[in-house]
Design a binder for this molecule. Structure first.
Ligand SMILES: Nc1nc2c(ncn2[C@@H]2O[C@H](COP(=O)(O)OP(=O)(O)OP(=O)(O)O)[C@@H](O)[C@H]2O)c(=O)[nH]1
Ligand SMILES: [Mg+2]
Length: 345
């Protein structure tokens, strides 16, 4: 049933291929089961030769061939996408990714924040492929906002891989907006599911990404509940560390627009105040870039490389990182990547 929903709504080539692959893998698992069943009926006499078994064996080979071809196609699509992402990651803007349980209101919020018209509807998996747009925060900071596929509980194993592929954007986000339907009776269980899927995707707190929980659909809450949540959010926002486990809560409604000013302000605060340790490899003669870094960031180390360049490690916010990249054209990376880049250059 879930596969069928996916089949109907998949829009990109990758989405379509993934659905096809999941279907075939499922069929193959059923074949194996029916084969085992036949074996058992025949008292376990394991000789091949009955017409039924030969047929199953032939089916299995056809399926295996199809699966291999699909995998190769998927690999190709992914390679292209990785290339596209590599190009895009040169875009200097910080990335803000929306994640959350299916139907929580991610696309509605995305549309409201961007003025775009991504399909939002009261159905499961309205969104299947990530969508990205540039957005200027009221303060003028430009970010890239990414809408993503909704999570569900008990995701079939075959689909975990499909989800992972479509959610790779989340791994690169500077800020994650975890959108929750707080008017849903299972909102806490949904939150737990989302956190566990994020964990499976490799999104961990140590990476320095910052997390805001958007307590969405506030307009649906009875006013007493709403008052409680509103004051909880306000008190907690000041002390929250902004991690997955201890996110910054913002009570909002994507439908009425309530709370969105606060949301913008919190995003801005995280982008400016949160500092990550990043490195950049500069070739010889980039004195201006180097002094820019000294003036505006906290320089942790600067190591000269064999070719006379320098690998600078600094602590800085996503905003400064974007400004630097825009101005000088060099991208920040992990220290290891920066050193490797210098050697190859
Ligand atoms: N009352 C109310 N309804 C909302 C709010 N936000 C979203 N909705 C409704 O919730 C439904 C789901 O919204 P979507 O934005 O499609 O949800 P989504 O998280 O993108 O869902 P998937 O793409 O399936 O993961 C739609 O009917 C929206 O109109 C809100 O703040 N208040
Ligand atoms: Mg959506």
């Amino acid at each position: 049933m879930i596969l069928e929903i996916f089949g109907e709504r998949a829009q990109t080539r990758e989405g379509v291929l993934q659905v096809a692959l999941a279907h075939l893998t499922y069929q193959r698992s059923r074949l194996v089961r029916s084969w085992t069943h036949l074996e058992r009926q025949r008292g376990g006499a394991g000789f091949l030769g009955g017409p039924g078994e030969r047929q199953i064996e032939a089916d299995r080979r056809v399926l295996a061939g199809k699966i291999d071809r699909l995998k190769a196609q998927l690999e190709e699509v992914r390679r292209t996408r990785t290339l596209q992402r590599a190009k895009r990651s040169k875009a200097p803007q910080p990335v803000v990714a929306l994640v959350g349980y299916t139907n929580a209101g991610k696309s509605t919020l995305f549309n409201r924040l961007t003025g775009a018209e991504v399909m939002s509807a009261d159905l499961l998996f309205a969104t299947l492929d990530p969508t990205m747009r540039k957005v200027d925060l009221p303060s003028g900071t430009r970010v890239i906002l990414s809408d993503t596929v909704g999570f569900i509980s008990d995701l079939p194993t075959t689909l975990v891989a499909a989800f992972r592929a479509t959610l790779e954007e989340v791994l690169e986000a500077d800020v994650i907006l975890h959108v929750r339907d707080v008017a849903h009776e299972e909102t806490d269980a949904q939150r737990a599911d989302v956190l566990s899927v994020l964990g499976e995707l490799g999104v961990h707190d140590e990476d320095g990404r910052r997390v805001i929980e958007v307590w969405n659909k506030a307009d649906l809450l009875p006013s007493a509940d709403r008052d409680v949540l509103s004051s909880t959010a306000r008190t907690r926002a000041d002390d929250a560390r902004g991690t997955l486990e201890d996110p910054i809560p913002v009570l909002a409604s994507a439908l009425t627009g309530e709370g969105l000013d606060t949301l913008f302000a919190e995003i801005e605060r995280l982008l400016t105040a949160e500092h990550r340790t990043r490195s950049v490899a500069l070739p010889p003669g980039e004195g201006a870039a180097l002094s820019w870094l000294h003036e505006r960031t906290d320089v942790v180390s600067a190591e000269t490389t064999d070719d006379g360049g320098v690998v600078v490690t600094v602590r800085l916010g996503a905003k400064e990182s974007g400004q630097f990249q825009e101005r000088f054209g060099y991208a920040f990376a992990t220290a290891e990547e920066a050193h490797r880049g210098r050697k190859r250059a």
